[in-house]
Every structure is written in structure tokens, then in C-alpha cells.
Design a binder for this molecule. Sequence first.
Ligand code: AMP
Ligand code: MN
Ligand code: MN
Length: 320
Amino acid sequence: MKDVAAMISRASRLLLISHVLPDGDALGSSLGLMHLLTEQGKQVRVFSAGPIPEEYLFLPGMDHVSDELSKAGDQDLVVMLDCHQPERTGQVSGPFLAKQPSVAIIDHHQGEVDFGQAAWVDPSYAATSEMVTILAQEQGWNVSPQAATCLFVGVQTDTGSFRYGNTTPRVFRVAADLTQAGAEVWPISQEVYATRPKRLRLLGRIMENLELSQEGRLALSQITLADLEKVGAGPADLEQAVETLRLIPGVEVSALFRQTPKGAIKVSMRSRGKVDVSQVAIALGGGGHKSAAGVTLEGNLQGVRRDIATRLRQGLEAMS
Ligand code: AMP
Ligand code: MN
Ligand code: MN
């Protein structure tokens, strides 16, 4: 953290970048850090390859998020948040990042870090937004209500609203501090957890496609592009579905396979905790955490599904 903090305090023009298909933590940590550093007199820009899920459009400062790197202008430091592989930020930003002389990383995902001039990567944190909050506290930066709102959303969403095993006493302390700093829990929750008919229809489709195997311990389902089109939904509408599958009593591991508009297959995996799904994801070039991981693969839906199912079955067998 010290090295990253030193690089940030030396910089005056910063570009903040997080992962594609951004979630509440990717956007919350980027926008939270943007507010914190702007208040410190720095010039800050935020890049996201998108698509931005509707529930995060309310985040303060969202209008500063750009999907164009040219608009990002010159910077003396790039901070990569909520991921540590440059490819993970997007097709255009990956090669762009590789050319940057000065990159600092703040992330909480598993895996080897072989990129950046300084990297604070620690999987003991539940969210990158939790790390940014602690960085602000260590540095003595003021946390405005805008910053607190963004960071709260990151902590809230990456802990499944303070339900997952990563919800430590430190998480509650950070959440309490952010609430104290002006994050308003009920208005935020109404935005983040708004139900949308198209998503409920999509969930219906996922439940129709549900396949349970391994004595009910493995739950698999899929969504095709045709399914998305039918309900008028996009890739950003699928965040919660795989979590719903994991919560079926008896299910140890769940996976959702979805066709992407570019013809690849995005795999989202969740485990109750005994099987490490990040191993499966990392082995195939993806990443994540022990209980939540993902990877995007070329190939057809059935082929990818068969391959992943085999790997997950092996994980389940090793466990029992
Ligand atoms: P998701 O299933 O997309 O919600 O992702 C679950 C976890 O795995 C999140 O922490 C993601 O950041 C991570 N993850 C998903 N896809 C990838 C990928 N292609 N490469 C690295 N990490 C990923
Ligand atoms: Mn994320
Ligand atoms: Mn995260």
C-alpha cells in the first residue's frame, strides 16, 4: 500500500481504469478514488470499457466515466482497480496499459501479479472499495458523501450485501465509517437492488434451463443471445443470476454460461466455499476469488459447458 500511496501522491494527472463488464466494486472504487483525489487537487479521469449496468448510473460522478482513452488525455499515472491483468480492462485498454510507463494496481483478486510499477493486491479484502477507503483513512484524505456513496456500493455489492464469507469485522467497520461520512443506505439500496421486469424474465429463463447433477451439488444453466434478445436484455443484466443458483439447498457449485455479442462464452462460477472455483478460472486464463470466479472462452456453448462441467465435477469429487 505504501508504494501505491507514494505513487499516487507524486502524480498530478491520473487515469483510473477497472475491468470490463464493470460491477459495483469496479465502478465504486474508481469513482470513489476519483472524488477523493479531485478533492486533493488532482486532475482525475475514469475509463471503463463498459457496458455500465443500469443500477450504477446513479453513482455520483458517473458522467465523468468515459469509454474512450483518447478523451482521457495525458496522465502521469494510471491506477488499475479491481483487476490486475491489463487484458481484463478491455480490448483497447489492454495494449494501451502495456505501453504506460507508470501503472499502480489496487486489487483484491487471487493470482500472481506480474504487471505495474507498484501493486497493492490483497485477497484478504472483500472489495477494492474497502481498500480505497482504508487508503484514504491512512492518507488522511477527507471522504465526502459522494466518495462515501461510491465506496459503500463497492463494499455492499462485493459482499452480497454483507452476506458472503468475505464479510469480516473490518468490512463492517469500513461500512460504518462510510455511512458516517454520508453514504445513505436505503436510497443506495433502492438503486442497486431495483428489480427490473426484463431481469426477472431472464431469471425465469435461467431457471427453466437449470440442470442439477452430482446428487444436486452442481447447478448449471445458460443464456443464449436469443434469450437476451427475447426479453430485451443485455449482458449487464445477468449479475445476480448465478448467485441465485448457488443458494439452492444442496448446491455446492454453480455455473452460468452466456453467449456474448462477439460470439464468445462468458462463464460465471460460484462456490459455497469448499471448491476453489478460481483454480478452474485461472487455469483457463480467467480469474477471481475462491468462491466467485469467471473466464471468457472462445468456442461453442455446448463445448465450453462440457469442459467446465468436467472440471467442476473433478473439484467436487476431490472435496468428497
Ligand atoms: P463474474 O462471474 O463475472 O461476476 O465474476 C466473478 C469474479 O471473477 C469477479 O471477481 C470477477 O472480477 C472475476 N472474473 C470474472 N471473469 C474474469 C476474467 N475473464 N478474468 C479474470 N477475472 C475474472
Ligand atoms: Mn469486480
Ligand atoms: Mn471487487
